[in-house]
Structures are given as structure tokens and as C-alpha cells.
Design a binder for this molecule. Sequence first.
Ligand code: BES
Ligand code: ZN
Length: 413
Amino acid sequence: MKMMKTATMAFVTLVAMTATAHVPALESFETKPILADLKDLRALNIPVLAKDERIEVGYAIVTPVMQQRIQERAHQVGKCGGFEDLTLDMHIQGTGFNSILDSLAAIQEKNALYERAPFAALSLEKNGTIEAAMTEVSEDNLRSYVTWLSSFPSRSNRDAEPNRHVVEMKTRLEAMLAEATIPYEISEINHTSTKQRTLKVRLVGSERPNEIVVLGGHLDSINQSWGGGKTAPGADDNASGSANLIEALRIMMTKAQPKRTVEFFWYAGEESGLLGSAEIAKQYKADKKDVVAVLQLDMTLFPGSGELVIGSMTDFTSSWLRDYLKAANETYIHARIVDDKCGYGCSDHASWNRQGYPALMPFEATFSKSNKNIHTTRDVISPESNFKHSAAYTKIALVMGMDLANSTARQPY
Ligand code: BES
Ligand code: ZN
């Protein structure tokens, strides 16, 4: 059991606008509102306008030079982007940073409540059907899905033809789903912030169809390197998580119909700022949809911290679901779970978390040991790619789709 945690009051603090750092006037062009690691902002003397100490996230308005400094620092400590650009969020949500931090604070408060009184109803009961489903996960299938997806020159939302792979993938999924024994719907979702579309497969729940378990990952890729070839194979980031979801769907579609609805998403435009998921999560919230859990699979192929060592991101996620992952792991998966964090909203789970939904992000390694070849032409299947490792993430999706989606468990607060 957990130790009692001392309650810290006033998690979110608005800092007076009396910025101390010196900002040259010339730098004031193209400023951006961002969320970044509080430690990074402080180390770089960037004025923090608002902050949440508990998750060590700070809000700042930064100039291009500041952005570059944050990125340089992030790269030194093995991070990728280093900050989350809120320009689009604010545009999409029509909100200011106060409401963004308010929603972060509300979620942290739920996590804090949960950690003070962890819910007993978490323990999973070992189930023969789920155990059997685990043995059906095929590393060969995963390899063939990743090979296929990474063979597109690019899956970027900024491509001239941003939906080529989306349309082909839909055709493939439809062919696969022809064998399904449970009711399903497949659709493409249009967005306003990008021309790329999100793919969705819905397995309708038998008893409580309004309760939704979301299993998702981004299907797009990007090449951020200067010069050179411009292909964006995105094998690890994120053909791997996309493949895990296809494999989980293949296995689930011929099993008993889950009591809750299970929705699979292959999101558009994640690499350009969580575009697809931000619109979808916002719409779900507006429609008051009851999403009980959100799984995000983004990068599962490179076992940087060792085979079957899974990084569980603690920022922008739910304490309850992180405990659920640990229970699922003990019962069915038998990997090692290590807590870590991105330090910013690094993937689509942050879009759902921001709307107040419980999210989970099991990741290929700890942040600093993750694949350094992402966002380049080198993100291809290599001798270091490990499909046994990746298979564990399909198993996580299966436990959520077959155990959580058949239970009444939900985040208690
Ligand atoms: N898969 C990455 C996120 C990631 C990278 C997590 C390295 C952990 C380690 C994701 O596709 C991505 O690139 N995200 C962007 C941020 C997003 C808001 C555009 C990033 O990390 O720069
Ligand atoms: Zn990426």
C-alpha cells in the first residue's frame, strides 16, 4: 500500500507578471505561449507566468531565441522538443493559459486524492480468455504492419497527399474486420486544424455502450532534420504503436463483445501539435461522453532501457490508470514498469488529460533512453528494433480492451 502523502495546497500559482529576466526588444517577434519543464525554464532564466509545482510544469511566453535555448537544453538531457506549443491549443479551445492550467490543476487534484486513498477495486482477476488472447499476439504481424506503414515516404499531415496512408489503412482494416464477430463501426474523422484525417474503429459495448475505453496512437510521421533526404518512415514513431493497436483489434474482434464500448484511434497530425486528438477530445468533452480510460501508444519498438522495461509517464496521466497498468503487468504481462516523465505534453494522451479524462502512456523506455533516430530518415526497422518488446504494448491494449472494458472500475474521483 502507498504511504500517506502530505497534501500540498495551492498547486497552481500565478506568478506576478513582474518578469525579472532581461528580454531584448528585438527578440519580441513571434512569441509563443508554451508549457515546459519548470526546471528548464528556471535554469534558463525564462520568466514563468504560471506554474504547477506538483507536475513541475511552467507556463511562459517565449521568443524564438528562448525557444532555441529550451530546445538545446532539452537535447542535452536527451529530450526531444523540450516544450509544448500552446498557440494551437488556445486557438482550438479558445481559452487562455489560466484555463489550461486550471484544467491541469483539477486533474492533479484528482490524482492527489487518489494517491491519498488508493482504490481497492483495482486488483485484476486472472481470466483464462485474456490469458489465451495474450498468446495470440504475433511478433511477425507487428513486423509486417510496421514494415508496411514505414514504407510510405512520409505520413506527415503537411504532405501534398496527407491521407494516402489513411485511406489505404482503412481499406486494410475493413478487410481484416470482415472476419469480426462483434459489432463495429469504422470511420474517418475530418479536422479543422489539418487536412489529414483520423481513423477510428468502434467496438460497440453490449451492456454499457456509453462507457468508453479509448485505445489510441498517432499514425502520422515527420522529418525534422535539416537538409538531406526528406523521407519520414517513422517506424518507431509511431508505426510501432499503430501496429500494436491493429494487432489488439485483430485479436479482440473475434472474442466476446465487451460490456463497455472500445474505441481505437489512429490520430492525425500529432507531430504538428497533437492536432487530431485535441479536436477529438474537445468534442468528446463538449458531447459529455463518458470516457473511462485512454491508452496512448507512441513509440514501443526500441527497448532503450532493456527488453520488457516499460516507462510509465507520470505527467498528463492518471495515477489510477498507472496503478491499473502495474496490476495488469503483474497479472498478465510480466514486464518491468519504471515511472518517468516527458516534462511536457509529448503525445496525444495530453489532449485527453487536458479535457479531464484519465490517460495512460506506457512508453518504450525511460525518456532519456528512448530512440534518438525519431523524426529523421533513420527511424526505420533496424537490428535494435525489438518486436518482443513491442508485443508487450499490444498486451496492455488487450488488458484494457478485455478486462477494463468488461468491468465497472473507474477513476474514483
Ligand atoms: N513520440 C513523440 C514523443 C516522444 C519523443 C516521447 C521522445 C518521448 C520521447 C511524439 O510523436 C512527438 O514528437 N511529440 C512532440 C511534441 C508534440 C506536441 C508536437 C515532441 O516531443 O517534440
Ligand atoms: Zn514524434
